[in-house]
Write a protein that binds this ligand. Structure first.
Ligand code: GTP
Ligand code: MG
Length: 268
């Protein structure tokens, strides 16, 4: 009897929701975690799916209530009442669908509007899932990380198809929620992965999106050898892989070196 009492004292019930555009893979991520399987066929969620899973976190039995929301706008009326009392959320986008990444702010706004209370909102533990990372991407890791870091959210690259990142993501989510509930519901700050600066991220983005070598170095046709070397050095300081841990540094540095070499040849 005492054993059971002890156990029930330690047990905890938590509420998790899923958010993100239709077809980004919310249901598949949950299925991958709970059932260890993946379905290729798209079965859109109608309104809400509800499921329960039990896990053990920090010596506690945790009953996790998962509310898997439909992403399509027509289901807004159904899902809006499920935001309240949420302790953790997976906020999902598809790395091959830029629109789904751009929609993340709108999802946070929807949650904010339904929850209302700012401190309750601030204490929701959020895991951003850059899902379908098995596919050819249009949103790179740096962009997703910066978006999540700036808001104090966790960031994970996931694939419901291969299973990559899914267990780690849920582990962090449950840990975050249990830690918060032990702390009177207050969310602990996320260990920021930012060992890099916004300048570095901006430089990487610019190098990647530039249309030619001049643009890569921020120069114009007619630039001298001196201009090229100067511009190169400025960027190399930011991006040298020995110094920068910003995601994408290595590729950006390669682009930078190639651009400099090509332009120097042209100056001769
Ligand atoms: P709604 O319920 O309509 O809001 O969509 P959802 O976000 O729940 O999407 P769902 O999980 O149903 O997945 C949508 C489609 O994407 C399905 O055809 C899945 O097979 C596919 N899918 C989900 N995750 C992945 C993934 O990691 N990689 C790949 N390649 N496909 C995935
Ligand atoms: Mg779904």
């Amino acid at each position: 009897m005492t054993g059971m009492d002890k156990k029930s004292k330690k047990s905890l019930r938590i509420k998790i929701i899923s958010m993100g555009n239709a077809e980004v893979g919310k249901s598949c991520i949950i299925k991958r975690y709970c059932e260890k399987r993946f379905v290729h066929k798209y079965l859109t969620t109608i309104g809400i799916d509800y499921g329960v899973t039990r896990v053990s976190i920090k010596d506690r039995d945790v009953k996790v209530n998962i509310f898997d929301m439909a992403g399509h706008p027509i289901f807004y009326e159904v899902r809006n009442e499920f935001y309240k009392d949420t302790q953790g959320a997976i906020l999902v986008y598809d790395v091959a669908d830029r629109q789904s990444f751009e929609a993340l702010d709108a999802w946070m706004t929807e949650m904010q509007n339904e929850i209302g209370n700012q401190s309750e909102m601030d204490n929701v533990v959020v895991c951003v899932c850059a899902n379908k990372c098995d596919k050819k991407r249009t949103v790179d890791e740096a962009e997703g990380r910066v978006w999540a870091d700036a808001r104090g959210f966790h960031y994970f690259e996931t694939s419901a198809q291969t299973g990559d990142g899914v267990t780690e993501m849920f582990q962090a989510l449950f840990d975050g929620v249990v830690t918060a509930s032990e702390n009177g519901g207050k969310r602990a700050p996320v260990q920021t992965q930012l060992g890099y600066s916004k300048d570095q991220i901006d430089a990487i983005q610019k190098l990647k999106s530039a249309k030619n070598d001049y643009e890569r170095l921020g120069l114009y046709p007619g630039a001298t050898k001196d201009d090229v070397n100067k511009a190169y050095r400025k960027l190399a300081v930011l991006l040298h892989p020995d110094k920068s841990v910003a995601p994408g540094s290595e590729d950006a540095f390669k682009l930078l070196v190639a651009a400099r070499t090509a332009l120097l040849k042209r100056c001769q």
